[in-house]
Write a protein that binds this ligand. Structure first.
Ligand code: 4NP
Length: 154
């Protein structure tokens, strides 16, 4: 069984979306992949994803409300076939932790290595709009990533 881990800083905004979207695709296509997510920090361990991520995912008929934030553990280095960072800082932090071959999500879906913007720091009236844009980017990238895993080109 292929195992894929999505990683961001807090594991409450971005990687829970990637986790939920990937699980949804895996379920729909009947694939036998294990999907998980984690944070490089331990700041939000045990917490559910942030309310805006839950809301945006729900709009796309994906329930991420039952996820809980966890931090990276050394076992993850051996346990996962594919480890995917949401931004370059996450990737650097993961490499310092001991991960090798860390993929950047923004290297898929035609985003040319763009960081997934961190919506935790979004403010103002357009916050949900910002989360929607993040969702769209994550969805596009995860779709291409999973296609590449499936067809063996990754
Ligand atoms: P995430 O967003 O990495 O997408 O889960 C963040 C969550 C929390 C913090 C930063 C980013 N924080 O500073 O607590």
């Amino acid at each position: 069984m292929k195992k894929i881990l999505f990683v961001c800083l807090g594991n409450i905004c971005r990687s829970p979306l990637a986790h939920g979207i990937a699980e949804n695709i895996v379920q729909k296509k009947g694939l036998k992949y294990k999907v998980d997510s984690a944070g490089t920090s331990n700041w939000h361990v045990g917490e559910a994803p942030c309310t805006h991520s839950v809301t945006i995912a729900q709009r796309h008929h994906i329930d991420i409300s039952q996820q809980h934030s966890r931090t990276l553990k050394k076992d993850d280095i051996e346990s996962f076939d594919y480890v995917v960072a949401m931004d370059k800082q996450n990737k650097t932090d993961m490499e310092h932790f001991g991960f090798k071959n860390v993929y950047l999500l923004g290297n898929f879906g035609g985003f040319n290595g763009k960081d997934v913007p961190d919506p935790y720091f979004f403010t103002g009236e357009d916050v949900l709009n910002g989360f929607e844009k993040v969702y769209t980017m994550v969805e596009t990238c995860v779709e291409e990533l999973l296609q590449k895993v499936e067809n063996g080109s990754l």
